[in-house]
Design a protein around this ligand. Structure first.
Ligand code: ARG
Length: 461
């Protein structure tokens, strides 16, 4: 079947700024022009792109690859372009393919043909790799800060509720009484590991790719260390072919986001269950719930449900990235343009979810009496009774069987007073356990971690 050729083509993709000028006789098919363009989403890299260009042109001037006065003109022009952007005056042109060409074109309109010297010793391939690294370095900082806030909210809630006891669960069956603080601090530990993961991944983001040019390096006498210094990178990439095609750092970042979402969705699920009439363990804050359009009595845990569902989105972002990279030959391939939307989506979803969970925790009321009541069911003492028999010399397996028989109603105990939830919790006082002193030590250690990383405790304790 013959494919009909579009009657009209567009003189786009940088026709005006020149990247099509030499090689092509025909314009682009209009549908393909749209398909090929990334400006609708990569405009988000505007500031990073300008920062990278400023560093690059300073280096070109310093190295006398272009005249110093041209470098100054270009830098000033770039600053005007940024200024337009910051003040909402920048006009994006859909037909200029991507953010790089949009900026290049705007620069040409500001300072004329000298702007064409900016792209000396550079390709969009190393340029976009740099932009994404700069972007993720920034976003990592925002997510790290949000995770510390979340941990601070968990810690403060744990402190406030130190004497609250509830049943701990395995298989969602009541198992043994625990402190609510201990339960909350379990999530504190998860989000702390998440924070560490973002810190660690920054080591691999922290590599400056400019100078790789299209794939093989450049014939100009550039100074890559200078550019790295301008942009606050601690090292330059070691292999130009790897540098223009590597997106491992973005995959890793998106994995980190996925795991944050995993933890958030577990916590969300607990709040959803706990807020049901069947449990009635918590009262979620109105600010994070919605009502039903038909059932006046309803208060739904929407924030938690949405976080639970958005976890799937972020997993999707991760799988998208991995799949884009799978089987890609070296070096740059246009496939890599598709890396941005999943990364942006993961970043936004995680940041919003973490912030919403933080607000939700701060406003949640735990029903202490109801929790204690649930923890007071006598069978929750079964392990402790078996432990007591074992302490008297009975092999634990035998003790386990005897208490099991009591629970089943086969035998009974007389004259035995089962321990209270408080006593059971307090008899577990080793490092990492749920006894009060253990939990206090855990919270102190957690607070030290937060303080070392810039957290200030609330005045009201
Ligand atoms: N918009 C492109 C991207 O996001 C920029 C790099 C284009 N490079 C190229 N050789 N066409 O990947």
């Amino acid at each position: 079947m013959a494919i009909e050729k579009s009657s009209k083509t567009v003189n786009n993709s940088s026709g005006s700024s020149g990247i099509r000028k030499g090689r092509f006789a025909e314009g682009m098919d209009p549908l393909f022009a749209k398909f090929n363009a990334s400006i609708s989403f990569d405009r988000r890299l505007f500031r990073e792109d300008i920062a990278g260009s400023v560093a690059h042109v300073r280096m070109l001037g310093t190295q006398a690859i272009i005249p110093a006065e041209d470098a100054i003109k270009i830098e000033e022009g770039l600053k005007q372009v940024l200024d337009d952007f910051e003040n909402g005056r920048f006009e994006f042109q859909e037909d200029l393919e991507d953010v790089h060409i949009n900026i290049e074109d705007a620069l040409r309109k500001k300072i004329g043909d000298v702007s064409g010297k900016l792209h000396t010793a550079r390709s969009r391939n190393d340029q976009v790799a740099l932009d994404l690294r700069l972007f993720l370095r920034n976003q990592s900082g925002l997510i790290e800060a949000a995770l510390l806030d979340l941990d601070a909210a968990l810690l403060e809630t744990a402190k406030y509720n130190i004497d609250v006891i509830l049943p701990g669960y395995t298989h969602l069956q009541r198992a043994q009484p625990v402190r609510l603080s201990h339960h909350l601090m379990a999530y504190f530990q998860m989000f702390r590991r998440d924070w560490e993961r973002f810190i660690d991944s920054k080591k691999r983001i922290d590599e400056m790719p400019l100078g790789s040019a299209a794939l093989a390096g450049t014939t100009f006498d550039i100074n890559r260390d200078l550019v790295a210094g301008f942009l606050n990178f601690s090292r330059v990439s070691r292999n130009s072919m790897d540098a223009v095609s590597d997106r491992d750092f973005a995959v890793e970042f998106t994995f980190n986001c996925s795991l944050v979402m995993t933890h958030l969705s577990r916590l969300s699920e607990e709040f959803i269950i706990w807020s049901s009439a069947e449990f009635s363990f918590v009262d979620l804050p109105d600010e994070f719930c919605s009502g039903s359009s038909i059932m006046p009595q309803k208060k739904n845990p929407d924030a938690c449900e949405l976080i639970r569902a958005k976890t799937g989105r972020v997993y999707g972002d991760l799988i998208t990235l991995l799949t884009i990279l799978k089987g890609l030959p070296l070096t740059y391939n246009k496939d890599l343009q598709e890396d941005k939307e999943p990364v942006f989506d993961a970043v936004d979803t995680v940041l919003n979810s973490v912030k919403i969970m933080t607000g939700l925790i701060k406003g949640t009321k735990f029903r202490a009496e109801r929790l204690l009541d649930a923890a007071s069911e006598p069978y929750l003492a079964a392990t402790d009774v078996a432990d007591a028999l074992a302490r008297q010399g009975l092999p634990f397996r035998e003790a386990h069987a005897r208490v099991g028989a009591i629970v089943r109603g086969e035998t009974s105990v007389t004259g035995y007073v089962p321990p209270t939830p408080e006593e059971m919790v307090e008899s577990r006082c080793q490092e990492g356990a749920t006894g009060k002193q253990s939990v206090i030590r855990q919270m102190e250690e957690g607070e030290k971690f937060l303080l070392q990383n810039g957290y200030t405790p609330r005045a009201d304790g």
